[in-house]
Design a protein around this ligand. Sequence first.
Ligand code: ATP
Ligand code: MG
Length: 357
Amino acid sequence: MAATRTLRIGLIPGDGIGREVIPAGRRVLEALPLSTKLQFTFVDLDAGFDTFKRTGTALPDKTVETLNKECDGALFGAVSSPTVKTAGYSSPIVALRKRLSLYANVRPVKTVAAARSPVDLVIVRENTEDLYVKEERTMETAHGRVAEAIKRISERASLNIARVAGDLALRRQRVRDTGAPSIHKRPLVTITHKSNVLSQTDGLFREAARKALADAKFQAVSVEEQIVDSMVYKLFRQPADYDVIVAPNLYGDILSDGAAALVGSLGLVPSANVGDGFAIGEPCHGSAPDIEGRGIANPIATLRSAALMLEFLGEEEAAAKIYAAVDANLVEGRLLSPDMGGTATTEAVVEDVLKRL
Ligand code: ATP
Ligand code: MG
């Protein structure tokens, strides 16, 4: 029998409903059945706009250092961004991705039970480059101002992200092979790009992704390509056709918000920021100032993010237990939060999931 493993998890609630959903994530980790042989210790960490207003920085060095030196993973809630440009403020999650080399952003989007249009896909987005290198400039010309931005694609990052996608496709297949119900039969990775127009940048992404996925390790994985505009069309028409989608940073960003719309509420969709041996679970929603402090935020995106973090820390079995408890709550549909058409509080949803664990 495997020995008990203790994981130290950084908790970064951030702003708004982040402070309501991150404690829910902690409770569900603490309640994992003993059979998973997992124990947790937690450390509370600051980041976000409130932190910025208090201390002058949105991401204190102490937060980064503690994550780096002490933690195995983390849960990140949400941060609100100032509505007007505020000198000195920049997004802490973007900075964290850079400083901890979290090069992959993974976002599963899934319906449960008998949805009219079933969805069970994951978007794997490159998290470090593309237009997000933020090298922009504006020039004064004889015809007025012209602005331009660098779109940087490296072979290394593209190979890496495609391997993450391939590994994920194999892992999802392993779960199906255990008899878990699924709309998919075989692992499939869809590479998204626009290399018909951007033959060098997206061309390199495409070529590198193809190369990575041609490895013998991924022999069982079918690989196809989709130009990003037709990808959007097909994703909305036939979401059931997709298993794992891999994309450069910007297309991945857009596709993943779009895909979240397929399942009804932002409050359901998790994500993870993944690097080598480290993962930060992060619900896809923001700080939701319109419902902050009312105790009605849907905690499910965070609970699924905690499970996703565990998956990337090698604890697939524990993750599966959380997913199953959450799915059971949704399938029964008795205790749903208001965004799902129910009347349950955050607390009531968490209690129901805990009971099912
Ligand atoms: P931010 O600037 O922090 O992103 P926002 O105003 O864009 O804040 P989001 O958090 O992105 O708000 O949410 C968009 C909408 O979805 C809001 O109406 C919000 O109430 C709702 N929403 C988001 N997350 C949840 C959740 N977990 N439970 C219930 N409703 C949610
Ligand atoms: Mg938002």
